[in-house]
Design a protein around this ligand. Structure first.
Ligand SMILES: NC(=O)c1ccc[n+]([C@@H]2O[C@H](COP(=O)([O-])OP(=O)(O)OC[C@H]3O[C@@H](n4cnc5c(N)ncnc54)[C@H](O)[C@@H]3O)[C@@H](O)[C@H]2O)c1
Length: 379
């Protein structure tokens, strides 16, 4: 394939897969062509195929693997299927995009990393919220050293999920969703926080299931110490009647505050408050050459194509997915054991092979008394 060529895509899973097409690939007709759709649900397959005029449709994932003219396999299936589908696609030489959460444990992520090292294709995990003009300006200010020492972050994921949302059978169940609000929803905001403030050193978390009658947590709080010494507080709920996402990041020379849009927290307007005239001048200088960064999947897929074309680092890497799942592992381990957990999480950690079924019965259920529900057998 020549540089800058149109990449062909097969989208696997027609739920969020629709958004990948509508907001991502279709915004870049000069870069991508969706050639095939795959879903075990024929009704969904037909509906999405008709909407975007994609004629090649299949209910069998293996058929996609045999399509020689497909460059990218974009995995938008339920979480428990991700790793097997990634490994199969890498083994046959495809580029892979995969929805979050990439895997169900650090051990699984490490297997994927090892497979990628042997493969011709690469894996881009999905963290589309990194893309948006407000967040990217903040990132640039921080990366240029203008913000100074990080002091404190406040991160709020206040979303709402009703019983209808849990009609989809894989949701809300430990075996298939593998976690609740910290794994499935707040993972985005927590990724943004570490993207801007760096790695986490230690966590203490509490979880509860209070909003819906599900097996996994739907409320969580955590207190973090970052490797750079800053403190962070995380709160996440699926019971907020007004949905917001909010990041407030206090640095030595600048305070950043995101807008509140729940599902596009990277978008302007972000508030950037310099501590001094000098900081304001430096920010103005560095942003003078800033190029607009499109939101969400449009930004992500544009950057993805550029990385495929030049061979440069992908806009989201397996290391990023690993870092986010390492935080998830630490948060659940802390919530279940009632102890502070230090990072990094090594191979000898009891939750390395799965926070929901690891040794010691770790699972993302509330500690006794938080919700009144007990852990399921085998949890
Ligand atoms: N990045 C985001 O903002 C975002 C938003 C929503 C969902 N997600 C993630 O995307 C994934 C899918 O979530 P969803 O909400 O679209 O779920 P969904 O249940 O609505 O859609 C998943 C689809 O996959 C299909 N499927 C199941 N098994 C399959 C198989 N073996 N082969 C082909 N298709 C199969 C199902 O029939 C279904 O249509 C999850 O991991 C979820 O966490 C991410």
């Amino acid at each position: 394939m020549s540089d800058g060529a149109i990449r062909t895509v097969a989208v696997i899973g027609c739920g969020i897969g629709r958004t990948h097409i509508a907001e991502g690939y279709r915004k870049h007709p000069d870069k991508f062509r969706v050639l095939a759709l795959c879903d075990v649900d024929e009704r969904r397959l037909a509906k999405l195929g008709d909407e975007f005029s994609v004629q090649r449709r299949t209910t069998a994932f293996d058929e996609v693997l045999n399509m020689d003219d497909v460059d990218i396999v974009d995995i938008c299936t339920p979480p428990a299927l991700h790793v097997a589908q990634i490994l199969a696609a890498l083994a046959i030489g495809k580029e892979v995009v995969c929805e979050k959460p990439l895997a169900g444990s650090l051990a699984e992520v490490d297997n994927v990393i090892a497979a990628e090292q042997q493969a011709t294709g690469r894996v881009m995990p999905v963290f589309q919220y990194r893309f948006g003009n407000g967040l990217q300006k903040a990132k640039r200010i921080i990366d240029m050293g203008i913000a100074g020492r990080p002091y404190l972050a406040t991160v709020e994921t206040a979303w709402r999920r009703t019983p209808e949302y849990y009609q989809t059978p894989w949701r809300g169940r430990l075996e298939t969703e593998r976690g609740g609000v910290m794994l499935t929803h707040a993972i985005h905001l927590h990724d943004l926080m570490t993207y801007l403030m760096g790695p986490v050193a230690s966590v203490f978390a509490r979880t509860a299931t209070r909003v819906n009658p599900i097996e996994v947590e739907d409320c969580a709080v955590a207190s973090l110490v970052m490797q750079g010494g800053a403190l962070a507080s995380l709160s996440a709920t699926l019971g907020s009647h007004k949905e917001i996402s909010r990041l407030r990041l206090c640095f030595e020379h600048v305070t950043f505050e995101s807008a509140l849009a729940p599902y596009s927290p990277g978008d302007d307007p972000w508030e950037t408050l310099p501590a001094s005239r000098e900081a304001a001048d430096r920010i103005a200088d560095v942003l003078a050459g800033h190029l607009f960064v499109p939101s969400r999947f449009e930004g992500l897929m544009g950057a993805y194509h550029a990385a495929l074309t030049t061979g440069s680092m992908l806009p989201v890497t397996l290391a990023d997915a690993r870092r986010s799942l390492e935080l998830v592992t630490a948060l659940y381990h802390s919530a279940v054991t009632g102890t502070a957990v230090s990072l990094p999480i090594g191979r000898d950690h009891p939750s390395y092979s799965g926070w929901y079924s690891g040794a010691g019965g770790n699972c993302p259920l509330p500690a006794s008394g938080a919700s009144g529900r007990s852990a399921p057998a085998g949890g």
